[in-house]
Design a protein around this ligand. Sequence first.
Ligand code: SAH
Length: 365
Amino acid sequence: MARQDRSRAASAATRANLLALDEPALEQFVKDLGWPKFRAQQILRWLYQERIHDIDRMTDLSKAERTCLSSLAAIDRMTDCEVRRANDGTRKLLLRLADGLAVESVLIPDADRLTLCLSTQVGCTLDCGFCLTGQMGLKRNLAAHEIIEQALAAQDRLEPGERLTNVVLMGMGEPLANFDAVADAVARLTNRRWGLGISARRITLSTAGLASRLRDVAALGVNLAVSLNATTDAQRNRLMPAVNRLHPLNRLLAACRAYPLPPHRRLTFEYVLLAGENDSEQDARRLTKLLNGLRCKVNLIPFNPFPGSPYRRPADGDVLRFQTVLRQAGFDALIRKSKGRDVLGACGQLGELVQLSPRATLTPA
Ligand code: SAH
């Protein structure tokens, strides 16, 4: 190891990473220094609203306070970030984590929106056969600061005039399998005093269907999306074996019906359309029965292929036929445009670059 790297590693080991502290932990840190409580708010504002990398830029702290803080703590931002731009303007961000693993997020511009899709795990706990991330297995959970770092990195790279309008927790991983970190990241995303100030109504968490944990999402105030993807247990066991074995369809839908949905909000059901698997008219009709009476909308996602996947994207006509059955039954059913496919940035395509990148093969010691 070069001398510079060694000393950086040594100081990183001894100094606290301010980004790794949540609000109460930072308040305690500040209290231990004998500083007034409001210093914590000031520091948080620098971290999340100004997105500084260097404690010395905290100009509302005295020089002596900055020196003291720098001797104990650092702002360990992740600076190794590769951006892949797709022809449709979608940008995939590949962030290198401290242990050499990588995580992907996607910035998706649309007419009047700019949506950021965040990852919550490296790889995934689940094994859904149509999803590239599912093929990687779980490398590890992301810490809250590694989730929020994706938002900071994206903010740093916005183009002039751009503003983030929406956040979706739909990237790599199963958010409800890493709930505490996700809740902490949501708190930093939504906090108006010092955080990113994104309204919880503009944030959507998507789960593969961990039925017993749905209620936890309500407490966060964000929108809930459930990836249904099948209309019978036999089919869902084939497509999403791990999750459906634990949370079969009837239990998942019962949890959706019991979900404390705030007024004026709807659940979202996602349904990946796989040619010849779950895209028939009969599937569509069964879906209308399963969702009968639920305040919801349905997002149809034609399958986005990845190398080696056994599934096919249905023909456009078949997608439209599926949508029509839902609409005729009174459901609001949208076909999700696949964005960023040429950089493997669309739904279900996150993961391959992580596996291919030589540096990503480093594992923590
Ligand atoms: N684990 C969470 C979030 C990640 S997946 C979940 O399952 O909801 C985000 C969405 O992409 C899910 O609705 C999932 O069903 C869908 N998806 C996964 N792979 C896909 C693929 N190859 N093509 C299209 N959509 C896919």
